[in-house]
Design a protein around this ligand. Structure first.
Ligand SMILES: [Zn+2]
Length: 163
């Protein structure tokens, strides 16, 4: 069991072993990703952020991760969840408006109000951004991977529940 230890956070360093896309012409396209997770426990700073070095056991690459303090981590997570809630409200309102305006039969020579395309764009944007923000808020643990793009391509840092 992963019991939380105060002042630390448990993460998994994910090494992507292969990422292949097959099919496409005769068969449906499928993407197969294989990886190996290695658990790490990193210490949180009292305040601010600090950088920790983690060595990937799969390929021996040393990775740099930035760890934020507990208060900052919680603030960022709450902010994401609040923005996700705002997205949900805007989505419902914009969807209702778009249906209302779009479903009306307009008198000859009258065009839809300017707000109509705006509401359609708002529906699309919040439909995508809402779930992304919600998941980001739920999974945010204040640990992010730093370092060159080449290392970041084959490595990810994943939050561990209860850590
Ligand atoms: Zn690796």
């Amino acid at each position: 069991m992963n019991r939380p230890i105060p002042g630390t956070v448990q993460v998994a360093v994910r090494h992507i072993l292969s990422d292949q896309v097959s099919g496409g012409i005769f068969r449906p396209r499928t993407r197969t990703i294989t990886w190996r997770d290695s658990p790490f426990r990193v210490r949180r700073p009292q305040s601010g952020r600090h950088t920790v070095e983690l060595t990937c056991p799969v390929c021996d690459t040393s990775l740099l991760a930035e760890v934020a303090d507990q208060a900052r981590t919680r603030r960022t997570a709450v902010l994401c969840l609040v923005l996700a809630a705002v997205c949900a409200v805007v989505l419902v309102a914009a969807l209702g408006y778009a249906f209302h305006e779009g479903g009306r039969t307009l008198p000859e020579g009258q065009s839809l109000p300017v707000l109509f395309p705006v509401s359609v764009i708002a529906v699309f944007v919040t439909f995508v951004a809402g779930p992304v923000l919600y998941l980001a808020g739920r999974n945010h643990n204040g640990v992010s991977l730093l370092g060159p793009w080449r290392e970041r391509r084959v490595h990810q840092i994943k939050p561990v529940r209860g850590g």
